[in-house]
Write a protein that binds this ligand. Structure first.
Ligand SMILES: *Cc1c(COP(=O)(O)O)cnc(C)c1O
Length: 394
């Protein structure tokens, strides 16, 4: 690069992973569909085996320029990163990241608002493997009170993807580092565009790239980005577990990534407009959006994030049945899991079933909204209509 000045995030999103070596003479790294790499002669084969490094085509399971381009682009978005491994889903990324740092006998601390399948992996697989998981209040002001001799790692998620508590990640990571405890963060909500995790002290940062990176609701993919310190372990664990992403999926994820900056700004603007509009409505008990003062950890969001995503929750007044009536009455919002695509979604959610450290009050009518790229005034009109219809179910 010609300038010493660090590039801004939107520039890195466009340029990352697009060296000539990866793209050839075209703009996007082509799809290399391959298992076998053919060598010119046996000497070249033997030389390839010996070097056996990343960044040179060796065998399909190690990826090809299509996957390396995406991986390099994600690394470029995280100042302080050494490399990125790709996985066939966000859950595979979380599991492999944890397995790369934990061994039997260790204790894992997990934030109580973690993505439910992360808890399932800890309470199922990790338990059988001999790792004990302890859950803690996401708003804890003293992480050290949860430490014991065997504490090895902490899994964070900020904000939580159902209830949106924002954690003091820098404070937690500083204490963890003092005691040699590894920190991992699920950064799916903000993406590195709004939150550069390694700069906050996180050791391994995880994305369900399925969501905003892909951005079009048509690919499952995950990633883990880390520093030089944990890179070898992360890479070896993924390779030993046979983790590989198809070149077609990597291509689609790269294609989605190039527009991440404009999409995130559009999701942000519309979600904020809708959240503020909802905040004053008589039907609404609470709006759980990190950029609104009513959200736990709002001040931390303001300090640490450069923006807010399009996903937030609302608590409707009235009985629990109101959530279903409200969601059913929406016409522009699909009903379904996942989020981060261009289209709006709504989902009644029940955090009480996936909490153990801080119980979530039952019988609250909680709805999670993913605000897509439709015209925001059309979305508001749809929500207003659905609120009126749902009044009958109070
Ligand atoms: C969706 C999601 C995941 C898992 O990603 P998949 O690609 O669906 O496996 C992990 N964390 C969060 C916060 C998510 O929303």
């Amino acid at each position: 690069m010609s300038s010493d000045k660090p590039q801004k995030p939107a520039t890195r999103i466009v340029t990352g992973g697009r060296s000539k070596k990866l793209t050839g003479p075209v703009v996007n790294a082509p799809v290399w569909r391959a298992s076998t790499h053919l060598y010119d002669d046996v000497a070249a084969l033997e030389a390839g085996k010996k070097s056996n490094e990343d960044g040179r085509f060796f065998y399909g399971r190690r990826g090809s320029p299509t996957q390396w381009s995406l991986s390099e682009a994600l690394t470029d978005m995280e100042p302080g990163a050494h490399g990125t491994m790709l996985y066939p889903s966000g859950v595979a990324a979380i599991s492999c990241a944890l397995l790369s740092v934990l061994q039997p006998g260790d204790v894992l601390l997990m934030t109580d608002n973690a993505y439910d399948p992360s808890r399932a992996f800890a309470d199922g697989f990790l338990k059988r493997y001999g790792v004990e998981t302890r859950y803690f209040d996401p708003m804890t002001s003293d992480i050290t009170s949860h430490f014991c001799e065997r504490t090895k790692a902490i899994l964070l998620e900020t904000p939580g993807s159902l209830t949106f508590e924002v954690q003091d990640v820098p404070a937690i990571c500083a204490e963890a580092r003092k005691r040699g405890v590894v920190t991992l963060l699920d950064n799916t909500w903000a993406t590195p565009f709004f939150y550069t995790a390694l700069e906050k002290g996180v050791d391994l940062t995880i994305l369900a790239a399925t969501k905003y990176i892909v951005g079009h609701s048509d690919v499952m993919i995950g990633s883990v980005t880390t520093t030089g310190k944990y890179w070898t372990r992360l890479r070896q664990t993924a390779q030993q577990l046979g983790q590989v992403v198809s070149p077609d999926d990597a291509y689609l994820a790269s294609r989605g990534l190039r527009t991440l900056a404009v999409r995130m700004k559009a999701h942000e603007a519309s979600a904020l407009k809708i959240a503020h509009w909802l905040d004053g409505r008589p039907e609404i008990e609470a709006v759980l959006h990190p950029a609104l003062p009513g959200c736990p950890g709002h001040a931390i969001w303001k300090r640490d994030f450069t923006g807010s995503a399009g996903l937030f929750s609302i608590v409707l007044k009235g009985s629990k049945n109101r959530a279903a009536a409200f969601v059913d009455a929406l016409t522009l919002f699909g009903i379904g899991y996942s989020w981060g695509g261009f289209e709006s979604l709504a989902l009644p959610v029940h955090p009480e079933s996936c909490r153990s450290a801080v119980p979530w009050a039952k019988n609250r009518s909680l709805v999670r909204l993913q605000i897509g790229l439709e015209d925001v005034d059309d979305l508001i009109a749809d929500i207003e209509h659905a609120l009126e219809v749902s009044r009958a179910t109070i």
